[in-house]
Each structure stands twice: as structure tokens, then as C-alpha cells.
Write a new protein. Structure first.
Length: 331
């Protein structure tokens, strides 16, 4: 099976390291990368630290040019939101009619309303895919959605530090349990991932967003780990109000949440002191992916005619902070 990683950072590298080390000759692993990441992979291979284990795998093919990698059976798309439009043409160049694209990204994806049904069926979100360029290149019919329940970091290019978690939830935008999704779940399970198949993946995406649409920007704004954020009653109260707005949006579009914000806070607090991906990006000087997290929630609320004052305020704060630091100033 020909598998290509697009976005060999923390999550993409985590996928690649486990797939290559556990499945070996069952696949041909390619990585589309550039710059320091490509140089590190060529010189040292893809390295991962997971507990006491140290893995080094060498993808069979490495290139910054999708034409050199050729048509793939599976593309694992694990870039950050600000990079999506730039890599979409490369993804398209490696797709054939049977290729599946596993979208392992934070936030609301461009295909979210393709197959969801309800009053927003087919809705386009400019906060996620300005002008619909990505949707035109990567059709929802060839997408497999993915929710990642794992914490990873990249201390340096080509090195992944796996902190905790092996959970994946995958599913097709149109719902059900189509054969390509079931086959992929089996493959990922053999590589050591704990995989669940969702018959309505949008609900799982919205549930994860419900938690990290607040913790991510709050950590970037404050520089604090999640335990400190949740231990501050004023900050936690603001997060609760934003989550109540998002829960109402979810209920309107068929992605109802059956927890209270305090129940979700307790789950997050039990994970201890950890840095969110947005705080890691801020510290590394990388663009911040607030569009698909907070911007999408606000845009959906607007399309439903709902007021979201607390969400709006958080979006404005993190957007201005990113712009003032030169981290995604055009978003």
C-alpha cells in the first residue's frame, strides 16, 4: 500500500513512525516535506520518542515535489490550518480515483457540511477554505475524517515526542461504515493505534472542537499550561460561556453534546500540565490556526442567525495577538 504523509510535524510524524515501524514491508511510506524537515529526514530519518522507546524509520521516498512521489493509495493530511491551501494542490497531484485522504487536522474541516444534512448541508466556510479552493481540489467523496486523541510535540525537525494517547476516530463525511473506512481502521489498528469507526464523524469533530476551541487560544494568550488555565475560576468561567455558545450551535446543526462544560473541564484537568498545540506553535514562531477553531464556530453561528459574543471576543483577542506578532497576520 502506498501511503504518503503530508505534514511531517508532530501528528504526521507520529502516524508515519508507527506505520513504518509496525507494518514494515506491508507499505511504501512517502513523505512530502521541504526545508529543514526534509533535510532532517534525509540525514537522520524520522525519529520518535514514545515512553522509553526510541524509534528511527526511514521512509522509502522523500521529496518536496509531489510528482516524484506519484499516485498514492492513502494520503495522511496532517498540516496546520494556515498551510492547508498551500499544500492542497500537492495533495491533488498525488490523488487517483481510488485515493483516500485521511484528514488529521484540528478544528472544522472544509468538507464538514458535505453529507451532514440539515439546514446547513453543503455550506462553505470562508474561515476554513477561503474561496473554496481546497474543496475544488480534494472532494469530500475521497476524504476520511479523523479525530486524533493523542499529544505529540516536535522539539526539532524530524523528531517527534509522543507524550500520550493512541486514539483515533475515523469516518466518512457522508456517514455510515463504507468499506474504505473499515479497511483503513483495520490497517491503523495493526499499526498499534486504538481506532474507532464513527457513523457520523462530524459529531466527533465538533465534540473535540468544543474543548480545544477554548484551551488552545487561552493558552496562547496567557502562555499557561492547561491545568493553570482551568484552575483560574475567572478564565474557566469565560471558557464555559464560550462552550455554551458552541453547544447551542452544535445542537442546531445535528451535533448535540451531552456533557456540561464543567464535565469537559474535569476531563481536560485530569490530563495535568500540558501545552496545547497552539501554545507550542506560538513559542516556535509558527502561524496560529485559529480560523478552523474559533473562526469557524463564529461563522457557523452567523449562518444560523445566532449571536456568539463570547466566541467573538476570544477570536478578536487571539487574532489581534497573532497579527501583532506576525503569526498569520493575513488571516
Amino acid at each position: 500500500m502506498k501511503i504518503c504523509i503530508v505534514g511531517a510535524g508532530a501528528i504526521g510524524g507520529w502516524f508515519g513512525a508507527f506505520l513504518a515501524s509496525r507494518l514494515g514491508e506491508d507499505l511504501v511510506l512517502s513523505v512530502l516535506a521541504r526545508g529543514a524537515t526534509l533535510a532532517a529526514l534525509r540525514a537522520q530519518g524520522l525519529r520518535m520518542e514514545t515512553g522509553a522507546e526510541r524509534l528511527t524509520v526511514r521512509p522509502q521516498r522523500l521529496s518536496a515535489d509531489p510528482a516524484e512521489l506519484g499516485q498514492q493509495d492513502l494520503i495522511i493530511l496532517a498540516v496546520k490550518g494556515p498551510s492547508l491551501a498551500a499544500v492542497a494542490p500537492a495533495v491533488k497531484a498525488m490523488m487517483g480515483p481510488e485515493t483516500r485522504v485521511l484528514v488529521a487536522m484540528n478544528g472544522v474541516p472544509w468538507w464538514f457540511f458535505e453529507g451532514l444534512g440539515g439546514e446547513l448541508e453543503g455550506t462553505h466556510l470562508d474561515s476554513v477554505d477561503p474561496g473554496g479552493a481546497v474543496a475544488a481540489l480534494i472532494p469530500a467523496e475521497q476524504v476520511i475524517g479523523c479525530v486524533v486523541h493523542a499529544s505529540c510535540a516536535t522539539p526539532e525537525p524530524g523528531l517527534v515526542r509522543h507524550v500520550m494517547g493512541m486514539g483515533l476516530i475515523i469516518g466518512a463525511p457522508a456517514g455510515g461504515r463504507p468499506e474504505p473506512v473499515v479497511r483503513l481502521a483495520e490497517l491503523l489498528g495493526r499499526a498499534g493505534f486504538k481506532v474507532g469507526v464513527s457513523e457520523r464523524i462530524q459529531r466527533d469533530i465538533w465534540y473535540k472542537l468544543w474543548g480545544n476551541m477554548t484551551t488552545n487560544p487561552m493558552s496562547a494568550l496567557t502562555g499557561a499550561t492547561c491545568d493553570r488555565i482551568l484552575d483560574d475560576e475567572l478564565v474557566r468561567g469565560l471558557m464555559t460561556r464560550i462552550m455554551l455558545e458552541a453547544a447551542e450551535i452544535g445542537a442546531r446543526m445535528g451535533c448535540a453534546i451531552d456533557q456540561t462544560p464543567e464535565q469537559r473541564h474535569a476531563i481536560t484537568r485530569s490530563l495535568g500540565a500540558f501545552k496545547t498545540s497552539m501554545l507550542q506553535d506560538l513559542e516556535a514562531g509558527r502561524p496560529l490556526e485559529y480560523g478552523a477553531l474559533i473562526g469557524a464556530a463564529r461563522e457557523i453561528g452567523q449562518k444560523l442567525g445566532m449571536e456568539t459574543p463570547f466566541t467573538d471576543a476570544l477570536l478578536g483577542l487571539v487574532r489581534l495577538m497573532a497579527q501583532s506578532r506576525g503569526l498569520n497576520p493575513a488571516a
